[in-house]
Design a binder for this molecule. Sequence first.
Ligand code: ADE
Length: 359
Amino acid sequence: GRGVNISALRCALLDWFRQHKRDLPWRTEPRDPYRVWLSEVMLQQTQVATVIPYFERWLSRFPTIESLAAASPDEVLKLWEGLGYYARARNLHRAAQLVVHEHNGRLPDSVEGLLALPGVGRYTAGAIASLAYNKRTPALDGNTRRVICRLFAHQTDETAWTLAESLLPEENPGNFNEALIELGALVCTPRAPRCDECPLKPFCAACATGAPEAYPQPRRRTAQPQHCVLTAVIVTGSAVLLAQRPTDGLLGGLWEFVSSELRHPPNESLAEMVQRRLGMDISGAEVHPLSEVRHAFTHFRVVRQPWLVYLAEAVPATRSEGYTTCAWITFESVDSLALTRSDQRIWAQVRQRVLWSGL
Ligand code: ADE
């Protein structure tokens, strides 16, 4: 439609893809649905170069959906540690258990069946159905959406799914979707698209306007709120107190040094915070400030204000308010738990200090 020669467009894209496709570890033939699923989940909000080592490590530990389903939630999180958006790992784990118990271990092959799995949205369902099972269904994420909007010079993406579907060939639609993904990653980039290298340049309405980067219209950025979080790294002998965050919600199931919540009572002191959350009295302890650690989440930023708290002897925690549990962990065992990224950075500071002072 729309005066675009669709079969010429398809050929141009597929020829380009044949020549330029990257050799990535999830692109093994024949396609393994589990690898496609895992890679698509890992690649959400995360760059290919970051994903590759995680992908390889995950598959060597969990080579099958069955082995993933049988794992403990703590081990699953540990393998995801540092990749961010941890709900993805929890959902993969729950979905693997569903697939084993309700689908005989085989990932569903329809968009509807896939959408019923936790953590699988329209993009991921379309990507798995098309890439792994060669179903003729679009898969639009931020990248492919941008390619489609530019092709048709649409500033809004409201009809992008329909447009994408109209481009899909009957034969090998999965290959076509992956070619669109690759074009969005390598050529049709958000800023400074490489139109001179683009196989779709002759078909692209946005390129013809001379300002392809104006499509789709960028969303306006609003100021991001910033939250200060007080943190107590409580140490005694060669053990440190860690607490496990509640399973659901931000950084769910990960371990951290005892901290205030994002919106903690104003003007609360470190000792008051520890008293409130753990029922532990640290008022007699020696306390040293550590360096601030900043971390950006999707919609807000966090500034961690960590303090090193030396206790002469272990004091029991009498509760763990807002945590699943807390525990004294020996220094050598800290690395075996899944810590948040900013807690890893706090721990690196403490380790350096402890080595330095011979504590
Ligand atoms: N980003 C999202 N899906 C991808 C894929 N299959 N290959 C490369 N990058 C991607």
